[in-house]
Design a protein around this ligand. Sequence first.
Ligand SMILES: [Fe+2]
Length: 230
Amino acid sequence: MTDFHAHVLPRMDDGSKSLEESKELLISTCAQGIDVICATPHFDSNIESADSFLKRRAAAHTALSESCAGLQIPRLVLGAEVSFFVGMSGNDELSSLCIGGSRCLLIEMPYFTWTAGIRTEIYSLSTNLSLIPILAHIERYPEFSSDDKLADLFEIGALLQINAEAFAFTRTRKRALELFKSGLCVLGSDCHGIKRRPQNMGAAAAVIEKALGAKRSADIFSRCDELLGT
Ligand SMILES: [Fe+2]
């Protein structure tokens, strides 16, 4: 099972605050049956260049890998959670922020109803840059509840990422299961630390398995893993 969204690298953003916290987070992730964790620190093009971000990310990754030597932890795959910006579909630097060398780019979308211009920008990521947009924590946006509003995004091959917590709450659980069953979604914890927004994919996986059965849920999880070639 892959966690597609996690703020597990130390001191990169508002996630883990230290090497020790990152290490504990990775150990708790492993204990919940997760084999691969995508480290997706926030990237905001208004604040930092991709080059500077990648240098910071590489340093945080090296430090964490060294401090976890010999421990049983999930495989770490590097990516980013890219804040949506106008013009992103013309910026080929974004390929360097895709998850684990795939074409999958995790994007934090604006928190209001997406205009035609915003949707066009997402389509163009696919057509101009051949990227697969993965829209982070889809349950937080108004589009979550509408098949119609999501249909054109599916047509261009965009994927949705659902946070594990969406399976815990009754107000979102039914819809989260529906989307997950469609095979157009991936799951992420969006974990930020040991105490604040901890790893919670294990509980979500249990809800999914109970609702869909062991075989079907395992099949869907394994299709998700394949997106990253894992
Ligand atoms: Fe996040």
